[in-house]
Design a protein around this ligand. Structure first.
Ligand code: ISL
Ligand code: CA
Length: 562
């Protein structure tokens, strides 16, 4: 059992994707003004920290993850003055603000890149990754995350630059000390402005092997997804330790840092989050959101519930002694949790959304709630490929057409996995544009907003929102949520999901039926007298009296003993 030695172990983080949260000026795009109007929603929910996806000046090739100025606010989203008001507004309500730190790459319209591409002799040339052609083509076989090669030929200077993401997102050269110093200075500037930490975009991609060797070839693929060989490169730990020293050391505030790390292993995650190493406080790992992917994310396999459960349990155990988990079901890059891991049929939607929340928030780690998840928002019923807006989906569809693939099958997979599912506007009420905007939303509002919205849930007993609110309160009130040891139960059952948490003085049972068929579970007599902390279904008895528990469809409960 570890003592609660850091405030963020009892905290819950809420992610805002500003473009889709709330639009205050009627142009159909969410903005800081919209966030400022909804701070009460966050306070009512009870979250401690807000992570704000990028609001910096950007050509918006990847909705702001392509930054052209790190130290300002895009007029699309508002002004720096409004951001200051957001910081103050959150602080006044007892919440803190994490900024999104996107420093694996900049926009190609960032002045640094404009200088770098202007000539081979430019002092900033080495701030990015330039290589000569190999046999008249790209320097290696790496594919971009967003289709095609990860290299783009710059005609004027005759060399290729690396872009792991879109061609408008050139990768910075972290081997160059000036790059690192410029980033650290920028981070200090934000801390001086009052922000409380950073969520660090693809941070385990910063350090690359400098030989840029080919990735192992894949039959039939010209460009290969190389992220497994790029992740956790040779100088990663050194760079993060340097960042801690240069940015955070000597400051009094208790900042929070979370590293987004595709492909990170449990062994590496322990190192990244071991407090003694001063790297990051916690990481986002990707194992549980890759289980339904085949050869790549567009090859949707459907969910293997046992694999999902075993994966999350493995991470619980692996980081038990040292390190700390981030807990999340979804974010702006993933389909909606209730549609993917729950059951979004209206008959089971609410119970399954609550059950998923119960499982995640019952685990050891810091839970993240993605905007709309607290309402149980569902995937969008995409009917045709031209409805997708995300660069990843748009490029993928071009590949489907160019390669003559089965369009029906491709569309079916896109409906299941596309990031735009998470990016439709937050559903505030039942009006035509869901209270998101007075104009035309940039991405359509989900038609289910007539019955699935915040107005119908906030303050309503039994709603998904009130269940999330209760989960967050429990984490604040009971230390066992943060420090209790984890142990899995019934790990091979495809529907029943159960685990215990224990301290020297208390034991907690989290149990859920992840299916439509009612189930019985044998507990033995060790839980007699345990009291119900929270349940998804009305009428659940307050106390456990028998060793046998009957669970309805998507019935989830948390019991505490001691
Ligand atoms: O979304 C993904 C797959 O569909 C991921 O591979 C994603 O690209 C990866 O998680 C990195 O995400 C982050 O960096 C990207 C940006 O597009 C994502 O929105 C961001 O969360 C590039 O900055
Ligand atoms: Ca707007």
């Amino acid at each position: 059992m570890n003592a609660i030695d850091a405030w963020w172990k009892q905290a819950v983080v809420y992610q805002i994707y500003p473009r889709s949260f709330a639009d205050a000026n009627g142009d159909g795009i969410g903005d800081l003004g919209g966030i400022l109007e909804h701070l009460d929603h966050l306070q009512t929910l009870g979250v401690d920290v807000v992570w704000l996806s990028p609001i910096y000046p950007s050509p918006q090739a990847d909705n702001g993850y392509d930054i052209s100025d790190y130290q300002d606010v895009d007029p699309l989203f508002g002004t720096l003055e409004q951001l200051d008001r957001l910081i103050t507004g959150l602080h006044e309500r007892g919440m803190t603000l994490l900024m999104d730190l996107v420093v694996n790459h900049t926009s190609d319209e960032h002045p640094w890149f404009a200088a770098a591409r202007s000539s081979r002799d430019d002092p900033k040339r080495d701030w990015y990754l330039w290589r000569d052609a190999r046999d008249g083509a790209e320097p290696n076989n790496w594919g971009s995350f967003f289709s095609g090669s990860a290299w783009e030929l710059d005609a004027r200077t005759g060399q290729y630059y690396l872009h792991l993401f879109d061609r408008k997102q050139p990768d910075l050269n972290w081997e160059n000390r000036q790059v690192r110093e410029a980033v650290y200075a920028m981070m200090r500037w934000w801390l001086d402005r009052g922000v409380d930490g950073f969520r660090m975009d693809v941070i385990n991609f910063l350090s690359k092997e400098q030989d840029f060797a080919d990735a192992p070839p894949v039959a039939g693929e010209r460009y290969v997804n190389a992220f497994a060989m790029i992740a956790d490169g040779p100088r990663m730990h050194e760079f993060l330790q340097e960042m801690t020293r240069e940015v955070f050391q000597g400051r009094d505030e208790q900042y929070l840092t979370v590293g987004e790390m595709p492909g990170v292993t449990t062994q590496e995650a322990v190192l990244y989050t071991d407090p003694a190493r001063h790297e990051v406080d916690m990481v986002f790992q990707f194992e549980h959101v890759s289980i339904d992917h085949g050869a790549n994310k567009w090859d949707y396999l459907g969910l293997d519930r046992v694999a999902l459960k075993q994966s999350l349990h493995r991470w619980q155990v692996a980081l038990a002694e040292r390190g700390w988990n981030s807990l999340y079901w979804d974010n702006h890059d993933q389909p909606r949790a209730v549609s993917r891991f729950g059951d979004d049929d209206p008959a089971y939607w609410a119970a399954s959304a609550k059950a998923l929340g119960t499982i995640l928030h019952g685990m050891r780690g810091t839970p993240y709630v993605y905007q709309g998840e607290e309402l149980g928002m569902r995937n969008f019923p995409f009917a045709s490929p031209d409805q997708f807006r995300d660069v990843e989906a748009v490029n993928h569809w071009k590949d489907v057409l160019a390669q003559g693939r089965d369009q029906g099958a491709a569309l079916r997979d896109m409906r299941a996995v596309a990031r735009d599912n998470a990016r439709t506007p937050v559903q505030w009420d039942a009006t035509a544009t869901a209270g998101f905007t007075t104009g035309t939303p940039w991405l359509p509002v989900n038609p289910d907003h007539t019955w699935l919205n915040a107005a119908a849930q906030v303050g309503q007993d039994g709603s998904v929102f009130e269940h999330y609110r209760a989960l967050i309160r429990l984490r604040h009130e009971h230390a066992i949520f943060a420090d209790g040891d984890f142990a899995g139960v019934l790990e091979n059952d495809p529907e029943l999901w159960a685990f215990t948490r224990s301290t020297d003085t208390q034991r907690m049972l989290v149990v859920a039926n992840c299916g439509r068929t009612p189930r019985e579970i044998e507990l033995g007599d060790g839980w007699t007298g345990a009291r119900l902390l929270l349940g998804t279904h009305e009428g659940t008895a307050d106390e456990l009296r028998e060793g046998r528990l009957g669970l309805a469809a998507w019935d989830a409960r948390i019991y505490l003993l001691g």
